[in-house]
Design a protein around this ligand. Structure first.
Ligand code: SF4
Length: 282
């Protein structure tokens, strides 16, 4: 079956591309080798406002000194702050310390995690996903940029990105899915100069290179209609003698093909005759 041209793939195809890229090219980071909720929580709190390169040594040092929630709870706050020095935003250390003093273990659900001091919705969902395999949808800056550019043609808002993540994301492999998107955003889909040639999503991406020009107020679903229409027209450009609606439906793998062919015909952009669709001949 032909590839889905440059339309967005089905969620399954999109997901497969992201996950298979991650298998070969994802970043190897120490907190991705553990499911220990305390270690995952420490890493996520550190990563809230600090770059990965600075977190790496601090994460190792902190866990050497406070290997468990219990060890952290027993330490005086001054020691915790000393160990945190260099990372900045010291309130994070204070909040981690408070969590350790109030809880004997890290809560499991995003809702419970969200109630902890200093833990917002994003960190709560990330910890629930990475430590407990909970099927949560969430998005950081990198995820907003990758999902947004690929599926909306611009960086998504928080709300849009979470909706896209819920629709396209892998529930079974949530940790790998989110790590992969973060890595694509951090190493390929860079804010200023995306390296589209190296991107596993290039054939499905709607980004035209300009965040301002492509900033449109459309829902992901309205935009999807536009892309399916584009795919139909591109298909017809390649098939001067026309194709059947069935072939279009199979090639584009989208249930809206028939309806959108009707719309295109009413707009005079295609001709339909005896079940064959072609570009207008007159
Ligand atoms: S193709 Fe380019 S703009 Fe689109 S997601 Fe990949 S790197 Fe980002």
């Amino acid at each position: 079956m032909p590839e889905l041209y440059d339309t967005p793939a089905s969620p399954a195809t999109f997901r497969r591309r992201v996950l298979s890229w991650y298998r070969g090219s994802g970043r190897d980071l120490p907190w991705r080798h553990t499911r220990d909720p305390y270690r995952v929580l420490v890493s996520e709190v550190m990563l809230q406002q600090t770059q990965v390169a600075r977190v790496l040594p601090a994460y190792r040092r902190f866990l050497d000194r406070f290997p468990t929630l219990r060890a952290l709870s027993r330490a005086p706050l001054g020691d915790v702050l000393r160990e945190w020095s260099g990372l900045g935003y010291n309130r994070r250390a204070r909040d981690l310390h408070r969590i350790a003093r109030r809880h004997s273990s890290v809560p499991r659900t995003a809702a419970e995690l969200d109630d902890l001091p200093g833990i917002g919705a994003y960190t709560a969902s990330a910890v629930a996903c990475f430590a407990f395999d909970q099927p949560t949808a969430f998005a950081d800056t990198n995820i907003r940029r990758v999902l947004g550019r690929a599926l909306l043609g611009r960086t998504a808002t928080d709300r849009e990105a979470i909706a896209l993540d819920a629709r396209f994301g892998s529930r079974r492999k949530g940790a790998r899915w989110h790590h992969a998107l973060m890595d694509i955003g951090a190493t390929i889909c860079l804010a200023k100069r995306p390296r589209c040639d190296a991107c596993p999503l290039r054939s499905h991406c709607d980004y035209d290179g300009d965040e301002r020009l492509s900033r449109r107020k459309q829902s992901p679903f309205a935009l999807s209609d536009r892309r399916v229409r584009g795919a139909i027209l591109r298909h017809l450009v390649r098939s001067p003698r026309g194709v059947t609606v069935d072939a279009l439906r199979t090639g584009i793998s989208d249930p809206r093909v028939e309806r959108l062919v009707g719309t295109l015909a009413r707009e005079g952009l295609v001709e339909v005759s005896s079940g064959t669709v072609r570009l207008p001949t007159r």
